[in-house]
Design a protein around this ligand. Structure first.
Ligand code: FAD
Length: 381
């Protein structure tokens, strides 16, 4: 039987760790949140991966439970469907639902700040510049590198919310009977930008997720509150065409002019952005079990997925909601809760992981396929 749980340590103050800290602080636990980066609210630290992301009902539900629904809704731009851009720049709008259902574009940094502010208001102590370097699952002890100095911290429960390349998971991998797989797709991504129109207007429809499907690759754009769009090119690393073949400014300009002509017109800083911004890879991580003694991993740390269903953060938020519901159900008996979470959550997470991979094919290819559209129309009737 587990002793009384009073003190909980979370590793990683990203989106999922910060939300989990709020849930736990609301339950009355003493919560310490350890983050390797500097405090992003003081500037300078980067906001993480994509600049904005799609927040769906799956993610809004837990935000509502912790009382942040209204604050988050002020930060979003609803996208009621996909706006497809063909080779000639002709547009086709495909609504997500008949009742105006939408997914919501939100700033990653803005949402993370909202969550950290709320966590601190509830008494969570966020320790920045704390790089987790080790974990002792027997003694429930974490090691950190704090500006070159090694320190140790203990807790009754430890939660690893330290992302796709989780150190906490890394130590679980060294224990017996831990399953792990990591799979990189052949495509990477690069973030680009469409600047705002004068007076923070939008150059294209702001209430849509814009897609330029081109078979084996695609460009997408999500709106930001300042009138700009964050544009992402999902593109193969190798082959023809690929990141490999777009080496010079001329290569980039020429390619976009030919393949994405209407987007090209809207992107005055294209060549600079292309050369300055990193080309990043896309990975699916699967792991199991997620519990080792009194340590649990959640969010990308246990199940990172590709972004094509816009559900990575949303399903990480769902982890938090489900863990909290189990704590309600089992009167904070962590022995039972950890076991139940571990046993019941995996099938849903595997399903969304597979759907995310499949949706890449639909987005980049099938959405532009006339037969497919006709089939969808018939199914929708
Ligand atoms: P992370 O956001 O990775 O946060 C982990 C935190 O842990 C970070 O703050 C990191 O600094 C910290 N950390 C890491 N290692 C250590 C350590 N050793 N010690 C201390 N701290 C540490 N999801 C959606 O739901 N919708 C979308 O539209 C969407 N779009 C995406 C687009 C792209 C291009 C990508 C790559 C992902 C997208 N995702 C989207 C997925 C989403 O970004 C992730 O699922 C989400 O960020 C996971 O949150 P997390 O808190 O688990 O991990």
């Amino acid at each position: 039987m587990m002793q009384n749980v009073e003190k909980i340590a979370l590793v990683g103050a990203g989106l999922v760790g910060s939300l989990m800290a709020i849930y736990l602080a609301k339950r009355g636990y003493k919560v310490d949140l350890y983050e390797r980066r500097r405090d992003m609210r003081k500037g300078s630290a980067d906001a993480g991966r994509s600049i904005n992301l799609a927040l769906s009902n799956r993610g809004l539900r837990p935000l509502k439970e912790v009382g942040l629904n209204e604050a988050a809704k002020k930060m979003v731009i609803p996208m009621q469907g996909r706006m497809m851009h063909d080779h000639k720049g002709s547009l086709t709008f495909q609504p997500y639902g008949r009742l105006g259902q939408a997914i919501n574009s939100i700033s990653r940094g803005g949402l993370n700040e909202l969550l950290m502010n709320e966590a601190e208001k509830l008494g969570v102590k966020i320790h920045f510049d704390h790089l987790c370097t080790g974990i002792d699952f027997e003694k429930n002890l974490l090691s950190f590198d704090v500006n070159g100095k090694e320190i140790e911290q203990s807790a009754d429960i430890i939660i690893g919310s330290d992302g796709a390349f989780s150190v906490v998971r890394g130590f679980m991998q060294r224990t017996d009977r831990f399953n792990f797989s990591q799979y990189y797709i052949e495509h990477g991504y690069k973030e680009l930008s469409i600047p705002p129109a004068p007076n923070n207007g939008f150059k294209i429809d702001k209430n849509a997720l814009h897609i330029w499907p081109r078979g084996n690759y695609m460009l997408i754009a999500l709106p930001n509150l300042d009138g700009s769009f964050t544009v992402t090119l999902f593109f193969p690393f190798n082959g023809q065409p690929s990141f490999d073949t777009l080496q010079t400014r001329d290569d980039v300009e020429q390619f976009f002019k030919e393949v994405f002509p209407d987007a090209y017109e809207l992107m005055p800083t294209l060549a600079d952005d292309f050369q300055t911004n990193p080309t990043s890879s896309l990975v699916t991580v699967k792991s199991y079990p997620w519990v080792k003694n009194k340590t649990l991993i959640i969010g990308d740390a246990s199940h990172a997925i590709v972004p094509f269903y816009g559900q990575g953060m949303n399903s990480g938020f769902e982890d938090c909601r489900i863990l909290n519901a189990l704590l309600d159900q089992h009167q904070d008996n962590w022995d039972v809760v950890l076991q139940k979470f571990n046993e019941t959550r995996k099938p849903d997470v595997d399903a969304i992981s597979d759907l995310a991979l499949q949706n890449f094919i639909e987005m980049r290819d099938l959405v532009a396929d006339e037969d497919f559209l006709l089939r969808k129309k018939i199914e929708a009737r």
